[in-house]
Design a binder for this molecule. Sequence first.
Ligand code: NIG
Ligand code: FE
Length: 419
Amino acid sequence: MTKILFIHNAAQVITMAGHSDMPAKQEAMSKMNIIEDGAVLVQDNKILAIGKTDEIHEKYQDLLSNATQIDATNKTVTPGLIDPHTHLVHAGTRENEYAMRLKGKSYMEIMNAGGGIHATTRATQQASFDQLYEESKSRLDKFLLHGVTTLEAKSGYGLSLGHELKQLEVAQKLDTHHSMDIVSTFMGAHAVPIEDKNNPEKFVETVIKEMIPEVARQGLATFNDVFCERGVFTPDQSRRILEAGKEYGLIPKIHADEIEPYAGAELAAEVGALSADHLLKASDEGIKQMADRNVIGVLLPGTAFFLMAEFAQARKMIDRGVAVALSTDANPGSSPTLSLPFMMNLGCLKMGMTPEEVLTATTINAAHAIGRAQEIGSLETGKKADITIFDVPNYLTLSYQYGMNHVDTVIKNGVPVVV
Ligand code: NIG
Ligand code: FE
């Protein structure tokens, strides 16, 4: 029997419709499609209709008699939020490094001394599959509580074939068993393991010749990411790793220009990356090339906030034609948060974005950044019924009342999972 769910009388339904084929850029990022006194009708796991409450009511009367009803009076309905960049699967925390940074040590100093990514790599290597699964599952639960219905998850704390596969298999199992949808990225090139410190080329070769082919053979990832940063992987090494991934059908993404300018944005444009992420130090030329080549800028304001660094120039990027998405970068070192709505606050208050832009950046543009915009990211007939209802009377309040969780209800695949 088909299931009907009727969300009605919403103060605002924000549809984000009309951008499933191409991400929204420039002024299009600010145009909101708002239905006041709106309704969304869901049949099984898909959106059947969307419009004014009385119109939907009249047109679908027959279906509504057996529908589950959600009264959204004084609430705002949006597409389920999408987080296009997380390091979900890892073991442990690094509050000790946080304390060190507060006393003046830098992120890279800590990493070069064997902490940072290496510390989480040790913990992740030691953790069993089940431990990793449970830790990551509890993070997913919290993401869901903050309105996120799909996220991208990277490997990169294994740094050996077996442990990288373990991380990706955890993500795969969570995708199957948790209501959240997970899109996986292989990120073997997250750091050079300490034992290969004096011969990074050896590790680059392992990534290219062993890891990428095996990850692709097992179908464990859609994307291939690399931390292109001075002291980590050079642009040349990053290029080779991303080109190798392309040969195996893995779509490139890049951690670009995070700590220092390193022509990462330019490299993203050159290799045809779907997105370049971070971009705190991206050059004007890199921004131009990203706009010209349709590389999405995935901005991670939580990382700038937490590393006490300068924020990415979102305003400039949007004005110059880069499609921008926002993400938490959830990880234990540079952004230990699971709140995408807080990134919306930071996007407005620290990166010069508008409330409209941050909503676009966490819905339809985020869907594009993980290659899923045909199914999710907007409320349109035929799309997956991933819907977040916020207990605020309008979308402006989401980025105005900051650091709070306004989520009221989350519907995933047509099923209320947070109520
Ligand atoms: O996106 N920059 C590299 N990777 C992560 C941080 C990983 C960590 O510190 O554990 C990032 O910031
Ligand atoms: Fe990251």
